[in-house]
Design a protein around this ligand. Sequence first.
Ligand code: C2E
Ligand code: MG
Ligand code: MG
Ligand code: MG
Length: 279
Amino acid sequence: EAKRRGRNQYQVFNAALDAHLQMKRDVERDLAQALADGELQVWFQPIVCDGGRALDGFEALVRWTHRRHGAIAPPDLIEIAALAGLSEELLRFIMGEVAAMIRFMQDNGRSDLRVSMNISPREMERIVIEDLVAGTLKRQDLPARMLEIEITEETALDLQAATQTLTALAMQGVSIAIDDFGVGYSSLGFLRQMHVSRVKIDRSFVTGLADQTENQALVSAVLQLAESFGFQVVAEGVESAEDLQVLQSMRCHAMQGHYFAEPMPAERARQHVLALAPA
Ligand code: C2E
Ligand code: MG
Ligand code: MG
Ligand code: MG
């Protein structure tokens, strides 16, 4: 019986793996066409201040719904794009959507806002990000300070390309944020050398904060250290009024999470720009 159950579980696992591989193959095959046909989208999630009353900016998050496999998780999409040799094309598309949002903000008197764009280790390795960014900003005459690049601690620590890219971006005036902060091993001193101006505390430490004293200690320590190093902090994954309350009592300024707003299509994000007061 145990043996049979073992085999059944193995078969279930195998079937899931097959489905995942099939998804990857189909996505790899269809991605170029989908990009050409305008099937991909970039959605925007508000980053707020003042307990949600003011807008700081947005994080740009890629979205693609495959006709057979449904919504493709962004990390899968980024990985598959690399396999398909389409990393740069995908990033150019995302950068284009981000630039269009920055243009809208500027045209509506909101040059105080910022749009954050994620860069994965794979993209950092394969693409000369600083050239792509500089080219786009220059061509469209957009202010660099309205753009932020989000990378993870591993990207900053492990990649040879990171130092040069981050230095070049910072020289242009682009702001640099560390994403998912707290799950890696980098020190704030090291991050300052890497021209980082904001750290985004990973949502695993933030969601449900009110009931988790260890996480409270960690978030509070990060906030104090960050302040002494001159970093801004964004708390990710704020899902409830309780999370918000604890963070406010710790004087956390900027927040992001489903409690305020989920990622939304560009059109709706533009309405937020027009509706919410400056930070
Ligand atoms: P991330 O950069 O840490 O982005 C935040 C993720 O958390 C997003 O998931 C967002 O929808 C989700 N989120 C926001 N608020 C909450 C909340 O209150 N609760 C919960 N449970 N989740 C929340 P998404 O869009 O599925 O993206 C997942 C990851 O994929 C991102 O994590 C980022 O690492 C990567 N990613 C997304 N879009 C892009 C992109 O355009 N380029 C690259 N390179 N990576 C991307
Ligand atoms: Mg991010
Ligand atoms: Mg994050
Ligand atoms: Mg994350």
